[in-house]
Design a protein around this ligand. Structure first.
Ligand code: SF4
Length: 330
């Protein structure tokens, strides 16, 4: 396998600056400070061409931020995204434009990104025209081709977004992404808002498209049963850090990190029909003030003094398996 995307020590910090009133108050002796949230911290992982990497974790763990950083929507505060061996920060304008087309994002709610006054054929065909991939004359036929590819009846092309069901809208969102010939899709909770039967259809569509178009995926989800079904490998995130990275089968058979083990033991299972997600014990700490050392130590049944003071690094513990836990440090 050849690496197509390399995430190298990527951190993303969001800063909310002081407003004018807070600045004025500081001049008079107050001690207001800007708010800094470290959404991702020193994340490193590689994705091979044609691979599906699942990215999971509880709400607020930084998985969407990482996905958006990979897709070029957020700029990394530190670290590098490397695409086919070239650093994003070293790309010229032409290379960056090509990257932004090659890496497309599929969101949970495609409706919010569709103009309610534009017909679906226009929504699907406008980006390839704007980027010079097709001519204006070809737009309608091209949109029909894309709609057909994602399993939509092309006779629906003159309809507006509100005339589609949730599943159909998601197919439109996928058609829009495919229209610019991407190589890599970042799917961010792309099926979370859909009914279970429609979820299965969209997952099958993703699997088929991977085969037909040789696509690579970063598949972000809080739903482990979905990730298990579609992914070759899984990265588990906790409070901005990757804590375990493993082939899917091995992870589900034998999770090494205590957080992974807790998460998997509570996971809903499509086969048993158990759908509700039960969070593991304890609250997810605030990313505004994360715990010292291992972020998971306040919830971990195995924590020691070392865990409270020293961050465990993500290290290889077996072929293809990495975990960040002092239990596996030797
Ligand atoms: Fe638990 Fe310590 Fe491992 Fe963190 S490093 S998961 S606190 S045993």
């Amino acid at each position: 396998m050849t690496a197509i995307l390399d995430v190298q020590n990527v951190s993303k910090t969001f800063v909310t600056p002081l407003d004018l009133a807070e600045k004025l108050a500081n001049l008079m002796g107050a001690t207001n400070r800007e708010i800094r949230v470290q959404a991702t911290s020193d994340v490193s992982l590689t994705i091979d061409k044609g691979e599906v990497l699942g990215l999971v974790g509880e709400s607020g763990c930084g998985k969407s931020t990482l996905g958006r950083t990979v897709a070029g929507i957020h700029q990394a505060s530190q670290g590098e995204i490397v695409w086919k061996g070239k650093k994003l920060s070293a790309m010229n304008a032409r290379e960056k434009r090509a990257y932004v087309l090659a890496v497309q994002m599929i969101f949970q709610d495609p409706f919010s990104s569709l103009n309610p006054r534009r017909r679906i054929a226009q929504a699907v065909g406008e980006a390839p025209v704007a980027h010079g991939l097709i001519s204006r004359k070809e737009q309608d036929d091209y949109a029909v081709e894309m709609l057909t590819r994602v399993g939509l009846d092309p006779s629906l092309r003159d309809r507006y977004p509100h005339q589609f069901s949730g599943g159909q809208r998601q197919r439109v969102g996928i058609a829009r992404a495919l229209a610019v010939n991407p190589e890599f899709l970042v799917c961010d909770e792309s099926i979370a808002a859909l009914d279970v039967s429609v979820q299965a259809q969209i997952i099958n569509l993703f699997i088929d498209l991977r085969e037909e178009l040789d696509l690579t995926y970063m598949f972000i989800s809080h739903d482990l049963s979905v990730v298990r079904h579609i992914s070759d490998r899984v990265a588990i995130m906790y409070l901005g850090r990757v804590v375990e990275l493993a082939p899917t089968r091995e992870l589900f058979a034998n999770p090494l990190h205590p957080y992974s083990a807790a998460l998997l033991s509570e996971a809903p299972d499509l086969r048993s029909g158990k759908r509700s997600f039960h969070p593991i014990s304890g609250e997810v700490p605030s990313p505004l003030n994360p715990p010292s050392g291992c972020h998971f130590h306040p919830r971990c049944p195995h924590s020691t003094d070392l865990c409270r003071t020293e961050r465990p690094v993500l290290r290889q513990v077996a072929p293809g398996r990495q975990t960040a836990c002092h239990l596996h440090a030797t």
